[in-house]
Design a protein. Sequence first.
Length: 450
Amino acid sequence: MHLDRYISKTRIIDIVSSDFEGALRELLEVCKLDDKVNKEKILTDLLVREKTMTTYLGSGIALPHLRLPMKRQYIFALGRCPDGLDFNGNEEYRDLRLIFLLLASEKENSYLNVLASLARAFQEPSTVEQLTEADDLETLRKSVSTTFGRGSDRKLTKDNKFNRLILREGLKVAQGAKCSSVIIFGDTFAGGVDVSDQFENFKTILVTQSSSEVSYNKQNFNAIIPVRSFSTNRLSQLRSAMLIGLTRGIFKGNERICCVGGIHASNQFDTVVVVDVEREFQSVFTRQADMLPPTVKPEVLERVLGIATELAVEGREGRPVGCLFILGDSAKVKPHIKQLVLNPFFGYDAEERNILNPFMDETVKEYSSLDGAFIIKGDGALESAGSLVHAPEYPQKLPSGLGARHAAGAAISIAADCIAIVVSASTGTVNLFRRGQMLPLIERAVGKEV
C-alpha cells in the first residue's frame, strides 16, 4: 500500500502541545472530516482506547487509530514531537517522537491488515531511524514519501560475479527442472532486491520481512509474501512461505518451484533449491481446497504462524514457551474445550481482540504462559486463552518426544475440522496439525540472526 495516496504534506506537522491529548487534537484539526463527524467524540474515543491498550509501539512511535463513518477509505496524519509528551504519568510517552494517526472508514474491510502493515514497518530500525532523525518537516515529508511511497532512491542487489553466477545457474535449474515459479528471498540483501527481470518467463515471488520491500516491489514481482520472523533455518523458512503461498492461491499443489536465497542481510546469494509442492505437503493436504477450514482466512493463519514462530525463537522473557493455537469454527471447537481460568478476552469488542490487530501481539505472548490453548475464530477474533482440550483420543502414534500438547492439537484438528499450531517449550519446534496430520514448520529454533 502506498501511503502517499492518503497523506498530504499539510497533515505532517510539528506538535506544539506538551501532552498526548493536545497532540491528538492538533492532528485531528488538520484532518478534513465530514461536517457531521464530531471531532471531540473522536478525541474521547482515541483517549479511551489509549488508556485501555496503549498504541505506543516503542522506538519513539505511537500509532493511534479509529474507525469512523466517513466517505474516504483512510486519512493519515503525522505529528513530530521531539521533546516527548505527557500522558497519565506514563514515562514511556516521554520517549515519543512521532505520532502516526490512522482514521479509517467503518466500511473498509482491510483496516486491520493496513494497521498491521504499518506496525511492521515501524518495527524496522532503518525506517524508524529515517523518520525520527529528520532535522525538519521538509526532510520528514521526504522520508515519509520514500519510506511508504514510490521512492526511487534504492540500493538493490549487489552486482558481483558470484551473485550473477548464482542467478544464471538458478535460471538454468528452473528451466531444466521445468519449474513454473521462482521464489526470491529478498532479505538476503540489506538494501533491497530486484531480480525479477532475470526470470521474466517465470512467475516470480518475493519473500520478505521488510514492509518497504513490499511497497517498492509490488509491480516488479507477480506476488509478494510478507513474512514476519521465521526460523533462521532456511528450509523451515521456505516451507512456511510455501504454506502461505498455497493458502493464498499463489501456488498450486502440482507446481515445482525454484528458490534462490542466502543468509539474511549477507548481500550474497548462496543457495538454489527446487521444491516439488505436492511431495512437500502430501502428508498433510490431499487437496489444495482442504488446506484451510472454510471459515479460516489466510491472513489469520499467517499472523498466528508469525506469533508462534517468534515465541519459538525468542521465548518469553528469556524462557522457552510452549503453547497451542486452535483456528477454526468456534461452534465446532467449543464442545471439545473447557475453560481452565477466567477468559481474559471475554467482553472485548471483536476488533479489539482480533489477532490481526498488531497491538494484540504482546497480549497473546503474555498469556502464552497460561496452561491450555488459544481458541481463535477464522476471522481472527480471539475467543479464549487457557482452554483445556478434551477431544477424542488421537488414533495414531505421534513421533517420539511429542507430548500432551501435540496430542491435543492433533486430536482437535480431527474432531473440529480446524487447524492446530503447536509450539514446543522443550525443543522450540513449531508444528501444524490438519485433520490429524502433522506438518513441521520449524524443526528447531536456533535464535535470530544478528
